[in-house]
Design a protein around this ligand. Structure first.
Ligand SMILES: [Fe+2]
Ligand SMILES: [Fe+2]
Length: 208
């Protein structure tokens, strides 16, 4: 089980969220998903995906911490440069809970970690936020955060920025194998455009 104490020890900056509802939502969602799959007892052990080993790509915690830090930079920048005022607490809470449904999605079978086929962890997390009485703006940011499945088109500036920030905070680059962009293209059934002039990575040049 993932206790509230464990979630707060893993993400101590949840305590810095000023909105009390968003602060409790940030731990409540983890408790909800842990009730659905008791197997996980340490968030640090959760990978980004069973196909992305922690040793190569880092874990889910570093992805989440990266998103919190990215939006703590971007939200004031958009206010200053484009007078787009957005709630930093909404981004923090969305970052902490957006991938929590991977606790339900990933489980061990025969000693190997597997993802439930067809499971949409983003849509499910948005549904959980609403079921727990969380704010609609945060529910939409969460449900529309992922390219790794059928795309939910973001309908707010916050959701659009949040979607763009998610793949930026993945340690999944062409030098490490299938990149974040390639993974997202194939998850949506999109082909790598076959343009005549294209950059060929060192990895492609090495392959026959
Ligand atoms: Fe995700
Ligand atoms: Fe994510």
């Amino acid at each position: 089980m993932l206790t509230k104490e464990h979630v707060l020890a893993t993400f101590p900056a949840i305590g810095a969220i000023t909105d009390a509802g968003l602060r409790s939502l940030s731990t409540d969602v983890w408790r909800y998903v842990s009730d659905r799959n008791h197997a996980w007892d340490d968030i640090e052990r959760i990978p980004l995906h069973p196909s992305m080993p922690i040793v190569t790509h880092g874990n889910l915690v570093t992805h989440i911490l990266g998103m919190v830090r990215l939006f703590d930079l971007l939200v004031p920048m958009y206010a200053e440069l484009w007078q787009q005022d957005m709630d930093p607490d909404a981004f923090r809470a969305a970052a902490y809970v957006h991938d929590a449904a991977k606790v339900i999605e990933f489980s061990e079978h025969g000693g190997a970690l597997e993802a439930v086929p067809g499971y949409n962890h983003a849509v499910e997390a948005g549904r959980i936020v609403r079921e727990l009485g969380g704010r609609e703006d945060v529910a939409h940011m969460v449900e529309a955060h992922s390219f790794a499945g059928p795309l939910v088109v973001p309908r707010t500036k916050e959701a659009q920025l949040f979607l763009l920030g998610d793949p930026m905070c993945l340690n999944a680059f062409p030098e490490q194998g299938v990149s974040a962009i390639e993974r997202h293209l194939s998850a949506n059934g999109w082909e790598d455009p076959k343009t005549l002039e294209r950059y060929r990575s060192p990895r492609e040049l090495l392959s026959p």
